[in-house]
Every structure is written in C-alpha cells, then in structure tokens.
Design a binder for this molecule. Structure first.
Ligand SMILES: [Zn+2]
Length: 379
C-alpha cells in the first residue's frame, strides 16, 4: 500500500486555526489534531499529481473507535476542491472539540480528508484530469452514456476572459438555451454529468480516477464489518446562505429514507426530493461517491447524503464554476495578477471569507454530526 506519514514538521503551531485557506495548512492541522486525539491515521500519496509548490499530495484518513464496529459514521471532505475547505473545517472542528469522547464504544468514525487532493491544492472543482469526481463512480466497463443536450452548452462555457459583461452574456445565452430546450430537461442534462467533453464542466471521465479507486479501497478496508454506515459528504454552493441543503438519494419507502428523516428532520430531507437549489426537481446524478461507497460495501446499509452549505446565489456560484474552467484551460498567465484576482473571486463564492458564515458552518456541521452519531447509535 502506498502510505506515508507527513514529511517534516506541521506548518501550524496553533491548533485554533480551523479555517485554513491552503491545502497544506488544512492537512497539517488534520493530522496534528487526529494524532493528538489518538485516532489511527493513514496517508495515501498521490502517485503523480503535486501541489502548487511541487510538494506531494495526500488523501489522509483518521479512524476513531473499534476497528470492527458494526456502525460507522463516514465523512468525506474535498470531493470538489474549492469546497474542501468547509468540509475540512467541519472535520477538524469536531476532532478539536473532542466530540469523539462522546461517541458510544461500539461505534466507529472514519474521516476521509481531501479525497480529491489535486483539486483541493489547486483550488479546482475537478481532479488532475479535469474529472468531476462526483460523476466518476460509474461502471466504466460499460459504454458511457451520451448527453447531447449537454453538448449544446459547451460553446457557451468559453468566456474568453472573465468580466461582468462576459458573465452577463453567458447568463443571457444560458436563459435562451433553457427556454428553447425546456428548463427542466436542460437542467437535468447539465446536472447528470457528461462523458464526452474532457475540457468542459461536469466531465465524469472514462475510467476510474485515482481518488475513486482509493476511496473504494479505504472503505473496504476500514468498514468491511460494518452493517450500518452513515455517510456525510460535505460540499458548498447550494442552498440557503445561512444554512444547509441535504441532497439525499434515498426514496420514500426505503428504510434509509426513514433513518435520514429521523436524523436530520423530515422536512429538510423531503426538500431534496422535489428541489435542487432554485429548481423544483431532484436531478438524476450519475457517478456519485455515495454510489461508490454503497457498491464497495454490499453487506452494509449505507445511509447518507451530500450535505451542502449554501454560499451565494446560484448565478454567483455558476460564475465561480466558469472561472474555474477559465483558470484551468484558458488563462494566459496562471501565475499573474489576473489569475490571482479571479481565483480569489471564485473561492469567495465557494468558501466565503466572512467569519460569521464560517462559524455558522461549524455550528451546523457539529449539529449534523451529533444527530448522525445519535441516529446510528439507536439502530
Ligand atoms: Zn460540490
């Protein structure tokens, strides 16, 4: 197994810093806190990708509790790179506030930190291959689904250079496309993912990403004896700016649906059946990490969701995604001032600077972790 411990001393001397704004700081803090709390940690080095300064990149895990636990809370951060900073803060805050001391003896907790380390370190939604990891967990041995409706969006995604005018033009053309295709049909196509355009958004790849294979290995190794797995995959950008939005994949009638309603509130979960951000339907996602976890644990009931912290309006978040694509493929000077300006613009929309917003995330995540632990304990 390709595992290593962190090289050199942690850069952070002060464990109060939960709000890291760089991958290396978040990672050092996660390892320091986890090891300080007595968790079993593992570090998985990316075989090819490196960080901005050329340093190696890792996915780290911390396991609390008995290794053969029948019930486990699994929490992921960094499936989407820019959104990693909120998920990592939630994980580190929980460890730092010693909440693991309150967990029943027969329950395990597994934190997977920075699942897409390239995206986390480089402030990009996607992996080193521009793959949206939450569209990659499909069966790649079968023909990849075509998404011709998505193809109509491709020409609009190239901004030239980001500017208020470029955004306004994009939004106008997008509205026109939605009206000609039908809003729901178009939005479902956009959300579903696509497997034909490697330099566009929502690209699911044509083979399993390294992070995909690794996650399957991690959960098989750590959770092989679990009967119940509660999964929280932290994200940002959808939902109310002062709250969470639960993107739940269970349907009424399934036992898992009743469990998440009990844990997180029926009305909160039900919202995700009929809405997504500003839209009044639940998209048909393919290739979510949730699906990969479920396939890897055929003997367990996997109960969970993507949980989003809302940030800005859907238009503002869409702008951030366009900027990500521009920085990735079209920015003429990636080390220049323009790139730095637009990177900060993008990050603000997915990891806002406001201390109030950030502290609210921690309150919300603490509450959701507690509810999930209590719910699992009662099963
Ligand atoms: Zn996300």
């Amino acid at each position: 197994m390709n595992t290593e411990t962190t090289p050199g001393a942690p850069r952070l001397l002060n464990d109060d810093i939960v709000f890291a704004d760089a991958y290396e700081d978040a990672r050092a803090s996660f390892l320091m806190l986890s090891e300080g709390a007595g968790a079993a940690t593992q570090s998985h080095r990316h075989p090819t990708a490196v960080g901005i300064d050329g340093a190696p990149l890792f996915v780290d895990t911390a396991y609390f509790g008995p290794r053969d636990a029948r019930k486990v809370l699994l929490s992921l951060s960094g499936v989407h790179g820019q959104e990693f900073y909120a998920g990592s803060a939630a994980q580190r805050r929980w460890i730092r506030s010693e909440r693991w001391r309150e967990v029943p003896d027969d329950l395990g907790i597994l934190f997977v930190h920075a699942l897409n380390p390239f995206g986390c370190a480089w402030f990009s939604r996607t992996t080193e291959n521009n793959v949206d990891l939450n569209r990659n967990f499909i069966d790649h041995t079968k023909p990849h689904q075509k998404n011709p409706t998505y193809g109509e969006l491709i020409p609009l995604l190239k901004l030239g250079a980001p500017s208020e005018k470029a955004f306004a033009d994009f939004e106008k053309k997008m509205k026109g496309l939605e009206e000609s295709i039908g809003v729901e049909k178009f939005r479902r196509a956009v959300m579903r993912g696509q497997y034909e355009h490697p330099e566009a958004t929502a690209y699911g790849g044509v083979k399993p990403e390294w992070s995909n294979t690794l996650l399957r290995r991690i959960v098989t190794e750590h959770l092989g004896t679990a009967q119940f797995v509660g999964l929280i995959d932290w994200h940002t950008g959808i939902g109310p700016t002062d709250g969470t939005f639960i993107v739940c994949f269970h349907n009424p009638g399934e036992p898992a649906f009743d469990h998440v309603c009990d844990w997180w509130g029926k009305s909160n979960v039900e919202k995700s059946l009929s809405s997504f951000g500003e839209f009044e339907f639940r998209p048909d996602f393919s290739g979510l990490a949730f699906q990969g976890v479920r396939e890897s644990l055929p003997n367990a009931e996997v109960i969970g969701a993507v949980i989003e912290f809302g940030t800005y309006s859907p238009e503002e978040v869409s702008r951030a995604i366009l900027v990500d694509l521009w920085l990735r493929f079209d920015c003429p000077d990636p080390a220049g001032e323009d790139a730095a300006y637009w990177c900060a613009y993008m990050m603000e929309r997915l990891w806002p600077q406001s201390p109030d917003w950030r502290n609210n995330c921690l309150r919300l995540s603490d509450d959701l972790y507690s509810r999930t632990v209590a719910g699992l304990a009662a099963l």
